[in-house]
Design a binder for this molecule. Sequence first.
Ligand SMILES: *[C@@H]1O[C@H](CO)[C@@H](O)[C@H](O)[C@H]1NC(C)=O
Length: 296
Amino acid sequence: MAIRSPASPLLLEACLLLSLTGRLRAEPCIAVYWGQNGFEGGLREACATGNYKYVLIAFLNQFGGGKTPQMNLAGHCDPNSGGCTFLSNEIISCQQRYNVKVMLSLGGGGSIYRLTSKEDAKEYSVLSFPCSSFPNTDYYDDLVRYLKAYSTAEKKVYLSAAPQCVFLDAYLQATINTDLFDYLRVQFYNNYCQYSPTNIATFVQKWNQWTSTSVGKVFLGLPASPAIVGSGYVPPEELVNDVLPLIKDSEKYGGIMLWSRYCDVLNNYSARVKDYVCPGHRLYSISSTLVLSSSM
Ligand SMILES: *[C@@H]1O[C@H](CO)[C@@H](O)[C@H](O)[C@H]1NC(C)=O
């Protein structure tokens, strides 16, 4: 499968996680999509870099309407023949050893999914992740209610959505309005509201709109390399020196979200920005000589 951006506003991720303590090193604040390119390396390997706090497995691309849920993990393995079961251990290793929250991403570019009723939403929430044509987010609000109902003190269910930066989101708004989301990872690329030096006012306006919602934390969604995504790539030194100062003071700023692990491998993006992107970190300026090689 070709490399895809999570182009749709349809992503909805959810996860169960084990929260572990005890790591002394600074927690990373980067979320990354993994699963849509066989050349990006393994899941455990991504977790082991220490660069990510969240890995979003992309995608559960078929669910709803009585269909058997199916995943697409590009060249990694074939889920439909049971070829991906080894990932269970990798997920556990990510959670327990590397303290990474692994989330499952529903939908995504070119997916086939549609919840056809509230009952459908309920059934899928029981299966863990359920759902048809694109874009279709009917009954997602029901789905997230059912999912959240599984949350307990011991096993918290985290919900995350990846809307486009346009506010309100055309597809996900009713779902977001459930106020059940822990994270919004807003896609500030391939859109008029993405950052550019000549678009600061619009960018900041959209950021402020998203952070004034009731969600827990908002992440700045960016391409990790200029090679793949149409527009909206922000070079590391520009992110640190020019963009983060505009948004990092928001109480709801949570970090950045990257599309994708593959792009990150190509461009070494997360390694170059991870010391600067966490909330509360002092802003340092990053020398442009460090990043000259990144311009592709
Ligand atoms: C990636 O960036 C980090 C931080 O700047 C650097 O230490 C490392 O050598 C880089 N890796 C590659 C493969 O360029």
